[in-house]
Design a protein around this ligand. Structure first.
Ligand SMILES: *[C@@H]1O[C@H](CO)[C@@H](O)[C@H](O)[C@H]1NC(C)=O
Ligand SMILES: *[C@@H]1O[C@H](CO)[C@@H](O)[C@H](O)[C@H]1NC(C)=O
Ligand SMILES: *[C@@H]1O[C@H](CO)[C@@H](O)[C@H](O)[C@H]1NC(C)=O
Ligand SMILES: *[C@@H]1O[C@H](CO)[C@@H](O)[C@H](O)[C@H]1NC(C)=O
Ligand SMILES: *[C@@H]1O[C@H](CO)[C@@H](O)[C@H](O)[C@H]1NC(C)=O
Ligand SMILES: *[C@@H]1O[C@H](CO)[C@@H](O)[C@H](O)[C@H]1NC(C)=O
Ligand SMILES: *[C@@H]1O[C@H](CO)[C@@H](O)[C@H](O)[C@H]1NC(C)=O
Ligand SMILES: *[C@@H]1O[C@H](CO)[C@@H](O)[C@H](O)[C@H]1NC(C)=O
Length: 426
């Protein structure tokens, strides 16, 4: 973590504890719901007198040199600023903030092509426009570090290496009806397995890549750049909210496939948990300490937690640990998410919610105590699609433990922010 992220995280915890609860103690953070109670809505904490309305939504200073009409995308930008809210941006980067920022940029650039006939900005424009957009977002409460957090550069608003940006040329090169048919109605669950729209986008991107005057031996980067152009074109054919849903859905297919956590060195586990597990206490203590490092990193989705369990389990097996120490040490899926309170985000795209009385909140799929599945070393990493996993619902591994959790109990974690916080950070 960078110093700034640490600083923000620390403040986050401090401010939380200034209110009614502390993030450091899971029992206080979320009320315990015993496994056998029926699903019940989560009752938000009673907030102290709301401070959020005082957040200083500053008037951004714009360059005046960007031709994009940001006013036309007001609600997208609003949602982006909530998903990328100051302190939360690094914690939600992978799942909420950056995918929403990418989608917004794609839609804004797509809509601009209706006026200009071009699906990309030139270099000068791209610099002014990215700076202006950042200013607008920061003015609405977003982190000022979005460029770094989401690795967005002004080049991302240009054609990059894609040879086609002219709408007419695009439409005469690509089989647009085929592309639209595949992407007009994307079912975010089925799409991740069937990849109908993703394949059509790849196909279209490959076709426009071929228009390049100088051929390359490796076209993969160019095809990638062209995919952005295809996405922008698609965004002009769908209404704004459908376009957003589609782009976020496609992004989530990728997001859910990988564990975003960084795994530190495992030497203590190797020493304590070797083979015959002679000292279970020592092993579980080492595991707990290891997992607590993972928990400081980021909020993840329930499917990412499953990926993380697989990654960690596989690494342990490579250390010749054959016994299921997840089970021995009671490691559950929620143990991989930020803090012990275990908020796992839903696997489908979701947005942070802003309420002027209570601040920023987001919905967690709290899949309490679903044991982390120990990877079956005889199976080569089976993709999610081959497993009988219902994506928005829960991992197959969980269904063997009926009664241990309340499926689809949704609790809202209300996180209060205040003007104090914003001022401290700016
Ligand atoms: C908001 O912030 C700007 C600049 O940071 C400052 O000029 C302005 O007075 C502030 N407004 C309020 C209501 O605090
Ligand atoms: C920008 O879009 C808004 C809403 O669609 C519209 O009212 C406004 O006239 C546009 N501004 C310019 C400069 O085109
Ligand atoms: C870049 O685009 C803007 C707006 O479309 C245009 O006014 C400007 O002349 C272009 N600059 C260059 C160097 O092409
Ligand atoms: C932005 O461009 C950089 C290279 O300039 C690339 O590495 C990065 O993936 C791009 N980001 C997005 C969101 O496309
Ligand atoms: C891409 O080109 C191939 C071969 O010309 C064609 O069959 C396919 O329909 C095209 N796909 C799209 C989406 O343009
Ligand atoms: C066991 O784990 C502890 C930390 O929990 C560590 O200090 C110790 O060195 C480990 N022992 C071995 C043999 O790796
Ligand atoms: C097991 O490990 C723990 C912690 O490392 C240690 O306190 C305890 O003495 C060990 N027990 C045995 C029987 O080695
Ligand atoms: C695991 O066991 C194999 C065979 O017993 C051995 O060759 C290998 O070095 C061991 N790996 C580790 C990391 O201990």
């Amino acid at each position: 973590m960078t110093r700034r992220a640490e600083f923000e995280m620390c403040l986050f915890v401090v401010l939380q504890s200034m209110f009614l609860f502390s993030l450091c103690s899971s029992q206080e953070f979320l009320p315990e719901i015993s496994p056998d109670t029926s699903p019940q809505p989560f009752l938000p904490f009673i907030a102290p007198s709301p401070m959020v309305p005082y957040i200083n939504s500053t008037m951004p200073k714009l360059s005046g040199l960007c031709s994009l009409n940001f006013t036309a995308s007001e609600s997208l930008i609003q949602t982006t600023s909530h998903n990328c809210w100051t302190v939360f941006a690094p914690l939600l980067a992978n799942v909420m903030c950056c995918p929403q920022l990418d989608a917004s940029l794609t839609i804004i650039l797509g809509k601009a092509s209706e006026e200009t006939g071009l699906l990309a900005l030139n270099r000068t424009q791209s610099k002014h426009c990215l700076l202006d957009l950042e200013q607008i977002l920061v003015g609405k409460g977003a982190s000022s570090q979005l460029g770094r957090i989401c690795s967005i550069h002004s080049s991302n608003l240009t054609a990059s290496s894609c040879p086609v940006i002219n709408v007419d040329e695009f439409e005469s090169t690509v089989d647009t009806s085929k592309l639209l048919l595949a992407c007009e109605k994307v079912d975010p669950v089925k799409e991740c397995c069937e990849q109908t729209c993703q394949n059509a986008i790849l196909d279209a991107a490959t076709n426009i890549t071929m228009k390049a005057s100088e051929p390359l031996t490796d076209n993969s980067e160019r095809i990638n750049d062209c995919k952005n152009i295809v996405n922008r074109w698609l965004a002009t054919k769908l209404d704004s909210s459908r376009a957003k849903e589609t782009l976020r859905g496609l992004a989530n297919c990728k997001i859910n496939r990988v564990c975003p956590l960084v795994f530190p060195h495992m030497r203590h586990i190797g020493g304590n948990c070797s083979n015959e597990l002679s000292n279970q206490t020592g092993c579980c203590r080492a595991m707990e300490s290891y997992v607590s490092h993972l928990q400081k990193q980021t909020l993840i989705t329930n499917l990412q937690a499953l990926d993380c369990a697989t990654s960690l389990g596989t690494k342990l097996q490579k250390l010749n640990i054959t016994k299921n120490i997840f089970s021995v040490c009671h490691i559950s899926l929620k143990d991989f998410s930020l803090q012990e309170s275990g908020c796992l985000l839903p696997s489908l795209p979701s947005d942070a919610i802003f309420d002027k009385d209570s601040g920023i909140s987001f919905t967690c799929d709290l899949n309490d105590n679903i044991p982390a599945p120990w990877p079956d070393s005889s199976q080569s990493s089976a993709s999610t699609c081959k497993k009988p996993v219902r994506i928005p619902a829960l991992p197959a591994a969980a269904s063997s433990q009926p009664g241990l959790y309340n499926e689809e109990v949704k609790r809202l974690v209300i996180l209060f922010l205040s003007m104090v916080l914003v001022m401290l950070l700016s």
